[in-house]
Ligand binder design. Structure first.
Ligand SMILES: Nc1ncnc2c1ncn2[C@@H]1O[C@H](COP(=O)(O)OP(=O)(O)OP(=O)(O)O)[C@@H](O)[C@H]1O
Ligand SMILES: [Mg+2]
Length: 493
C-alpha cells in the first residue's frame, strides 16, 4: 500500500509539521492513517549518504557520550567529506544529507518523526512488513492509526530493536528475547527479539513520556472527571485515605494518579515506588524509589523488586506511599502501611471492583478480607467510545467506597458517569456527603460538622473550576497554585 499517493481522495483530518517533515492525518474508507512526508533522498545524494554513514559507523566513537551529538556529527562529517574528496557534493546535498544522517545516527531512524511529534502518544509494530501504528493525542475517532512507515524485513527490524535496547542501556538477546526498559527521554519500551516469543517477528511498543505531565486541569478540561469528583478525591487524599485507581490497559490510571498526587499537601514527605519512572511530584520532600532488574541470565546483580522497595519505603518515614502500579504481594505492605496511618495511592489492573477484590484476596496477593476496609475509595477508569460523537475518550466512570461488615464486602457508589449525557453524577455536594461513608469518618476524626465538609468540597470544587477557567494547565503552574491554596488558608486536618 502506498499511502503517500492519492491523498487528494482522502479526507484530511489534520495537517502540520514536525521539523522538516510534514504530517497528514487522513481518513480513507473509514480508517485513519498517519502519513509522514519527509524530504526525499535518492540517486547521487543517496550514494553519498551510504558512503558517509558507512564511514561514520565504522569510525565513530559512541554518540551517546557526546554532550552535543548533532554538533559533533556535523564537525566529523565535514572532515570525512574532505577526506573522501566529496566536499563539494556534500555541500550541494547538505540539507538532505544532514536531515537523514542526524535522523539515523543520532535520532530514532525511521520512527524519528514519530518520536519527535509531541502529539504521538504511543508507537507500535508487531513485525516486519506491518505498518508502524500510532496513537494520536488529538485524533479520538480511531484507536490506532496506521502510518506509511514499515520495516522491510526482519533483519532491519531486529537491528532497530538492538539499537533501541542499546539506548536504554539494557540488553536484549535470543537468550532473553524480551525487554521492558526506559529510553533516555523517559519513554517506556517493551521489546521482543526475533520470533523467539513473538509470532510475527521482532516487535516494539513505545509509550511516550509526555514532555510535561497531564495535570488535573487537563483532566477536568477533557471531562475525564468532574470538579466535584476531583474535590472529593482531594479531601480523601489530604486525609491520608488509601485510594486505588483501577481500569484496563492505557485507560489513564497513571495520569490520574499523577494528578491526584500533586494534590497532596506541599509539606508532606511522599515516597513513590515504581518499576519505570512515570510520576513527577512537585513536593520538596518527594522521595522516588525505582526497582532494579537484571536481564542477563546468571548476572550477579541482585534484583530489587517492588515488594522490597515498598517494605523499605515503609521504614523510611513518610506521610504518603504511592506505588505506580500494584501487581503482586507488595499490595499487602501498602495495606499495612495504610493501617498504620500512611496515606496511599496506587493503580491496579482490573476492569471492575469485583475482579479487583477477587484478585486482591486470592494468591499471590492474599490480602485478608478484613483488610479491604482499609481501602477508602476505588476509582474506575475506562477508555470508551461516546455513541453520539463517535469519539474515543477516557472517563472516570465510577467512584466507590468499600465497607466491610463481617464477611460481607459492601461497595457504596459515590459517583458515576452517564454515557448518554457524558456527565458525572451527582453534581450536588450534599448528595455526595449523604452517600459517602468516608467523608463522615473525616468529619468525625477532625471534629468537623457536615456543613464544614460541604464547604470544603465546594471551596475545592471552586478552586479547580478556576484553574480550568484560567487555563492553568502547565504542571509547574498548577503545582504552584495548589501550594498557595494550602499555604493561604488554615488547614482543617
Ligand atoms: N484523561 C485522559 N484523556 C486523554 N488522554 C489521556 C488521559 N489520561 C491519559 N491519557 C493518555 O493516555 C495514555 C495512557 O495513559 P496512562 O499511562 O495514564 O494509562 P494507564 O492506564 O496507566 O496505562 P497502563 O495500563 O499501561 O499502565 C497516555 O499517552 C496519556 O497521555
Ligand atoms: Mg499506568
Amino acid at each position: 500500500m502506498t499511502l503517500t499517493e492519492e491523498i487528494s481522495e482522502d479526507k484530511i483530518l489534520l495537517e502540520y509539521n514536525v521539523g522538516e517533515a510534514q504530517i497528514l492525518i487522513v481518513e480513507r474508507e473509514g480508517k485513519g492513517y498517519y502519513i509522514v512526508k519527509e524530504p526525499q533522498i535518492f540517486g547521487e545524494a543517496k550514494e553519498l549518504y551510504d558512503m558517509l554513514t558507512g564511514y561514520l559507523y565504522r569510525n565513530l566513537k559512541p554518540i551517546f557520550i557526546e554532550k552535543d551529538p548533532i554538533g559533533y556529527i556535523e564537525s566529523v562529517l565535514e572532515e570525512i567529506a574532505e577526506e573522501l574528496g566529496i566536499k563539494s557534493k556534500y555541500e550541494e546535498y547538505y540539507d538532505v544529507l544532514h536531515y537523514y544522517i542526524v535522523r539515523d545516527v543520532v535520532g530514532y531512524g525511521k520512527i524519528d518523526v514519530l518520536m519527535k511529534d509531541p502529539r504521538v502518544e504511543e508507537i507500535a509494530v508487531e513485525g516486519p512488513g506491518i505498518p508502524v501504528a500510532v496513537v494520536h493525542r488529538d485524533i479520538s475517532e480511531f484507536y490506532w492509526l496506521d502510518t506509511n512507515i514499515y520495516f522491510t524485513n526482519e533483519e532491519e527490524l531486529r537491528s532497530f530493536i538492538q539499537k533501541l535496547a542499546l539506548k536504554t542501556g539494557k540488553h536484549i538477546s535470543t537468550a532473553y528475547p524480551i525487554l521492558e526498559a526506559r529510553l533516555p527521554e523517559g519513554h517506556r519500551v517493551a521489546l521482543t527479539l526475533s520470533k523467539e516469543v513473538s509470532g510475527r517477528g521482532s516487535s516494539f511498543v513505545i509509550r511516550k513520556f509526555p514532555n510535561s505531565p497531564l495535570t488535573i486541569t487537563h483532566l477536568l478540561m477533557l471531562k475525564t472527571l468532574s470538579p466535584l469528583e476531583a474535590a472529593y478525591l482531594w479531601l480523601i487524599v489530604e486525609a491520608q485515605g488509601l485510594v486505588f485507581i483501577i481500569g484496563a490497559m492505557a485507560t489513564g490510571k497513571t495520569s490520574l494518579l499523577q494528578s491526584l498526587a500533586t494534590l497532596i499537601p506541599p509539606d508532606a514527605r511522599v515516597i513513590t515506588v515504581e518499576d519505570t519512572p512515570e510520576l513527577r511530584l512537585p513536593h520538596t520532600h518527594w522521595d522516588p524509589l525505582y526497582t532494579r532488574r537484571s536481564y542477563v541470565p546468571g548476572d550477579s546483580w541482585i534484583n530489587i523488586d517492588l515488594n522490597d522497595l515498598v517494605k523499605f519505603a515503609w521504614r523510611r518515614r513518610a506521610e504518603y506511599i504511592i506505588i505506580g502500579e500494584v501487581r503482586g504481594e507488595e499490595v499487602q505492605v501498602l495495606v499495612q502501611a495504610a493501617a498504620s496511618g500512611h496515606g496511599g495511592l496506587t493503580t491496579f489492573h482490573a476492569d471492575n471492583v469485583e475482579s479487583m477484590i477477587l484478585r486482591l484476596t486470592s494468591p499471590p496477593l492474599n490480602v485478608k478480607q478484613s483488610f479491604l476496609s482499609l481501602i477508602w475509595s476505588i476509582v474506575v477508569m475506562r477508555k470508551l467510545r461516546i455513541a453520539t460523537t463517535g469519539r474515543v475518550v477516557r472517563r472516570l466512570t465510577d467512584i466507590y467506597e468499600i465497607v466491610v461488615n463481617g464477611d460481607r464486602v459492601e461497595k457504596i457508589k459515590i459517583f458515576s458517569w452517564d454515557p448518554k449525557t457524558d456527565t458525572h453524577r451527582p453534581d450536588d455536594v450534599d448528595e455526595v456527603l449523604e452517600r459517602s461513608y468516608r467523608l463522615k469518618v473525616i468529619a468525625e476524626r477532625y471534629g468537623l460538622s457536615e456543613s464544614d465538609i460541604c464547604r470544603e468540597l465546594k471551596e475545592r470544587q471552586g478552586f479547580l473550576e478556576k484553574l480550568v477557567e484560567d487555563e492553568a494547565f502547565d504542571y509547574e503552574v498548577v503545582s504552584e497554585r495548589l501550594f498557595k491554596f494550602y499555604y493561604q488558608r488554615r488547614g482543617i486536618m
